[in-house]
Write a protein that binds this ligand. Sequence first.
Ligand code: EPZ
Length: 426
Amino acid sequence: MDRIRIRGGHPLKGEIPISGAKNAALKLMAASLLTAEPLRLANVPRLADVRAMAELLMSFGVTVQVNMGPGLGDGDTMTLQAGEITSVFASYDMVRKMRASFQVLAPLLARQHEAKVSLPGGCAIGARPVGLHLNALEAMGAKIDLAEGYVTATAPGGLKGAEIVFPFVSVGATETAMMAATLAHGTTRIVNAAREPETVDLGQCLIAMGAKMTGLGTGEITIEGVAALHGAEHRVMPDRIEAGTYAIAAAIAGGDVELVGARPDTIASLTALLTRSGAEVTTTDRGVKVHMNGSRPRAADVTTAPYPGFPTDLQAQIMALMTVADGTSVVKEKIFENRFMHVPELARMGADVRIDGDTATVRGVKTLKGAQVMATDLRASVSLVLAGLAAEGETVVGRVYHLDRGFDRLEEKLSRVGADIARISE
Ligand code: EPZ
């Protein structure tokens, strides 16, 4: 199994190209099931999760063609065509490995009027139920049966528009409802909808495919169903979590880094926090620049929340920064119940963090020390890489397959700006 070795203490300088967003690309790929015509996606990131979604779609009869972009900053182009859907079954094996596989349920049901998809079960960051997805589909007239770990959904005469009021914000359930509603009879109103940029990106692609949708980026989305969608071309938005991670890398290691292609509006909550902790963050005509003059970051409190709040997917990374900050920071995780797995690993590197329920109190230490560490999800893993950039000596991060799921050529991007980082293959 591959590991990543980092020798800390090198300030970062230069440019890091930002790839397409994983959490947009996966749902955009699933949306290809909604039409028999080709969907052409540009700026697709090169990730294990993208390959897993392509495999799953191929098992339904979708053809997938990839043209690899030549450079680190050029995403791949992917053409998906669900001319004829030959299977509507997603196995436990597929969905267990990648939760986003569950997002095929709505488009399969909308187009084929039936689907059988495994329940995802829990994962490292919490129980993560899918009740809101199923309630939304039921409200649209689907019959849902749960047996032997599978959801069987049927809607013989097609789905019907409905009013769906979510009790709290769910990215995935909003996207399920959006995809289902595009081909439903009548109008669907989603109240308390997710406003995440990836959800907006999916909506914009659905509109390019002929969906009638308004309210994207607000808490209320209205969709008027149409009889069929058509092919389209869409460029995957830049990954705000990747951009945020490298912004924190510049802050923790010190230096001057331009995140080429990053969209500043999508990382505003992070840039406000980084500025408070002493980094200089500026918008350039190509993206975002982060400058940290080598001084110690200042402690700052942070609470995760749905967009535009601070993203849970950057919580582990910002905590890595706070472990070396001057002062004590309070980090609250409000989205997932078990997303502090990085804490015992950071402690192995000398971090001083106390957890009490959803709250972590981080007392900044002057220096971290390199150690062997590993984590059980991808954002936690990358937080250990960030800690390694700041630590004295050598850090070896195990279970690199987590990083490969969600960070496009991470060690190449970081070594380009001066980090001493390498993959050890065994
Ligand atoms: C998406 O997950 C992302 N994944 C996650 O990124 C991200 O952390 C999360 O949104 C929040 O921003 C993808 O886009 C593939 P939710 P999702 O439904 O859609 C609860 C990463 O590292 N909930 O918004 O699954 C749920 O348990 C991943 O890239 C229910 O209770 O998240 C959680 O506490 C990790 N019932 C909260 O809602 C439901 O039916 C928000 O989850 C659905 C969700």
